[in-house]
Design a protein around this ligand. Structure first.
Ligand SMILES: *Cc1c(COP(=O)(O)O)cnc(C)c1O
Length: 388
């Protein structure tokens, strides 16, 4: 008998970028100098003080054994202080914070703690695919909340049919948003929390990009809403804030019950984050934040180059002061896939087709600002040669 994948693996959505990967390899094989603005991975290195903290902590044998799965007390306290400083939210580090091996890990495992077979999660689309796959692995099904331009890419959860809401357990949101760059207001979170309390839903907020910004004020956290801690959990990461995608550290914060459930799953699956990485994360969160501000300004400057170039080429982009993504509207009459393959074939520039994040992303493409300014100028010069 041939070995077969489980039904849950077979149920994963098809990988939509296969064709794009094929064209990219073909274009590269032609000798074209391809400029890759496809993946959402910061190009700049981790700040030196974080690297030094890791080096020091890695040399200390006290950090060589199994860590406490939920995170070192000192790390949990640093996270609690960060929430107080950044959002004015008090957290009990012992019961309201948990370390994660990167926030993706927490996002993926969270549904295992709260979904029963047949339960529904409400997830945005276009979106980061993990909300959906985590739900699938936990035996649940996902009901999509389309993010539309006319709603500022915020979900219209009041439009969800009653019979779906009755089975729904978790509602996912992600602001600042990947892939659209959209932001949410505190009022949005207020209404969301009140809706969740009304309908007995868990709010799961993915805030991976809250610090990737050049706005004057911090992006709000759902936990700022009074009473949010009864229904909400927020997932956070050092990956995008401090260019630490390879380091694998993040956290979850919020309702003690939600943190406890996630912790129970995790204690059966993993054994926590290498303590030296936790020390490095503490150095990042408690040290001077100039690097965070500088990265925000760097993305702003890069964005200006790109927006100017795309607009000169007759394209329209969704305005934002958050994330390192540019959400580009595909010219009328073209599909996302056609647009992206044309940019690749004729300009040697890689973008991600919007429909790869969900059907409502059709008609859009995502450009990641993860190359230095001269490369972005080069990309814009090449795109400027095309006529749309
Ligand atoms: C990058 C990203 C994450 C998390 O990354 P980790 O490295 O696992 O912390 C989470 N959500 C979204 C939307 C992302 O783009």
């Amino acid at each position: 008998m041939p070995i077969e994948f489980s039904e849950r693996l077979k149920a994963l959505p098809p990988y939509l970028f296969k064709e794009l990967d094929r064209i990219r390899d073909e274009v590269k094989a032609r000798g074209v100098d391809v400029i890759d603005l496809g993946v959402g991975d910061p190009d700049r290195p981790t700040p030196a003080l974080v690297i030094e903290a890791l080096q020091k902590a890695a040399a200390d044998p006290a950090n060589h054994q199994y860590p406490v799965y939920s995170g070192m007390n000192s790390f949990l306290e640093v996270v609690a202080r960060w929430y107080q400083r950044r959002h004015g939210v008090p957290l009990d580090p012992k019961t309201e914070v948990c370390s994660l091996i990167g926030s993706k890990e927490g996002l993926a495992q969270f549904p295992l703690a709260f979904l029963n077979p047949g339960d529904v999660t409400l997830a945005p689309e276009p979106a980061y695919p993990v909300y959906r796959s985590g739900t699938l692995f936990a035996g649940g099904t996902t009901y999509s909340m389309p993010l539309l331009e006319k709603n500022g890419f915020l979900p219209d959860y009041r439009a969800i049919p009653d019979e779906v809401l009755k089975k729904a357990k978790i509602l996912w949101v992600n602001y600042p948003n990947n892939p659209t760059g959209a932001a949410a207001s505190l009022d949005f979170y207020r209404e969301l929390v009140s809706f969740a309390r009304e309908r007995n839903l868990i709010v799961a907020s993915d805030a991976a990009y809250s610090e990737v910004t050049w706005a004057d004020r911090p992006h709000p956290s759902v936990l700022e809403v009074p009473g949010a801690k009864e229904v909400a959990i927020e997932f956070h990461s050092l990956s995008k804030t401090y260019n630490m995608t390879g380091w694998r550290i993040g956290w979850a914060a919020g309702s003690p019950t939600l943190i406890k459930g996630l912790g129970l799953v995790k204690s059966n699956v993993d054994s926590g984050v290498f303590q030296a990485v936790q020390w490095a994360a503490m150095a990042a969160l408690e040290g001077p934040q100039d690097s965070v501000k500088a990265m925000g300004q760097l993305y702003q400057a890069r964005r200006e180059i790109v927006v100017k170039g795309l607009e000169a080429a007759g394209l329209w982009v969704f305005p934002t002061q958050y994330t390192f993504y540019v959400w580009v509207k595909v010219p009328q009459g073209l599909k996302s896939a056609d647009f992206v393959s044309r940019l690749l074939n004729e300009a040697g520039v890689v973008l991600t087709p919007g429909n790869g994040f969900g059907p409502s992303g059709e008609g859009w493409a995502r450009l990641a600002l993860v190359q230095e300014a001269p490369r972005l100028r080069e990309a814009m010069d090449r795109i400027g040669q095309l006529k749309f």
